[in-house]
Design a protein around this ligand. Structure first.
Ligand code: GRG
Ligand code: ZN
Length: 332
């Protein structure tokens, strides 16, 4: 920002969105080596890069990160089993494999890694019943059902998977309220709802969802503050702007929440001094909530700044999902 900047727009503030501050915040994350958070989040560094890159894309400022350095780093996180760890030398996990691939797709360099090894890694995590684990230690979760299907779809290889088994696993995790839990019998939670809907969307099986019932449950997540919670009786949190709204977007019912009040809540959770967005006003900002807060603004149609449009299934810009041939889920 120049010293002479006087208007909000010159300072990079648009309708209350502190664009320049958020860009500087994201760019600073790689340099904060003297902060405890930097070292405590090492195990998920690759996801941190993914969240930062998505946020920058939506703000139209993706070129502000060092592309070559990031691509080299992502490649360094791949292990001999084909999967990626959260940092160089860390064990493979589906969560980080997903983030790594999303970064490579955003940089349009997916062809620079060995896709067959990744496909083999993903296939090794599905059991005979169709359930999917996150890593070789066997924790099963509907999050991993989505991630496995999504990763295979990046390589246009879903036909190599037991898709009927995955769909049955997701269907068994559906509850009477229309929502989904982390496993059969698990409480409905909006983040799990997103993963299950996204998996079904890619599989072309949204027909098994009770759209009205589930959309009603999702709309009830909006509280007086305008913010959304993840499940009944819980606090609002900026990240649910993504988990809830992406779900409603997949179901074609984003208008079932008050989008203006939601935008106001997200903006109220910004750190207007140092940049970044927190879970709720007054808390410390982090890159995860910064990413999903901005994703929420994009889905909610915030129109004071030209935010890029986000794909609600893949959580990356629509134009990138289009370039990668990933938009056929919309035919559901
Ligand atoms: C491509 C966007 C994208 C994601 C990949 C990682 C992933 C798939 C999904 C994660 C979904 C997620 C955040 C699951 C957590 C669900 C859960 C049970 C959270 C409960 O956390 P609490 O109890 O939060 O701390 P609440 O708000 O319920 O109090
Ligand atoms: Zn949160």
């Amino acid at each position: 920002m120049s010293d002479e900047a006087t208007t909000d727009e010159e300072k990079g503030i648009f309708g209350g969105l502190f664009v320049n501050k958020h860009v500087e915040y994201i760019k600073s994350l790689d340099k904060r080596h003297d902060e405890i958070e930097y070292w405590m989040t090492e195990h998920l560094r690759i996801s941190g890069i993914y969240w930062g890159l998505v946020a920058l894309h939506l703000l139209g400022r993706e070129n502000e990160l060092d592309r070559d350095k990031i691509i080299k780093y992502v490649k360094s996180c791949q292990n001999t089993d084909g999967g990626f760890g959260g940092h160089t030398g860390h064990d493979s996990h589906l969560l980080y494999t997903m983030s790594a691939i999303q970064i490579l797709v955003m940089y349009n360099v997916l062809d620079q890694i060995n896709g067959d090894k990744i496909i083999a890694f993903v296939k090794s995590l599905q059991d005979e019943s169709g359930e999917v684990s996150g890593d070789c230690w066997g924790e099963k979760d509907t999050r991993f059902a989505f991630i496995s299907v999504a990763i295979l779809s990046f390589f246009h290889a879903v036909d190599q998977f037991n898709m009927d088994g995955v769909i049955e696993y997701v269907r068994r995790s559906m509850n009477y309220d229309g929502g989904f839990g982390s496993q059969p019998g698990g409480e409905s939670h909006s983040a799990q709802v997103y993963t299950c809907l996204a998996a079904l969307a890619i599989a072309g099986r949204l027909d098994i969802v009770d759209r009205d019932r589930l959309s009603g449950w999702l709309a009830e997540r909006q509280l007086k503050s305008g913010g959304l919670n993840g499940r009944p009786q819980k606090l609002e949190d900026a990240c649910y702007s993504w988990w809830v709204l992406s779900s409603l977007k997949i179901l074609g019912r984003v208008h079932w929440v008050d989008r203006q009040r939601l935008c106001a809540f997200i903006l109220s959770a910004q750190d207007t001094e140092d940049g970044g967005i927190a879970d709720r006003p007054g808390d410390i900002a982090d890159v995860y909530h910064t990413c999903f807060g901005i994703c929420g603004l994009s889905l909610a149609g915030f129109d004071k700044y030209p935010l890029d449009e986000i794909d609600p299934v893949y959580c990356m810009p629509v134009r990138i999902a289009e370039r990668a041939g990933l938009r056929s889920w919309m035919n559901n």
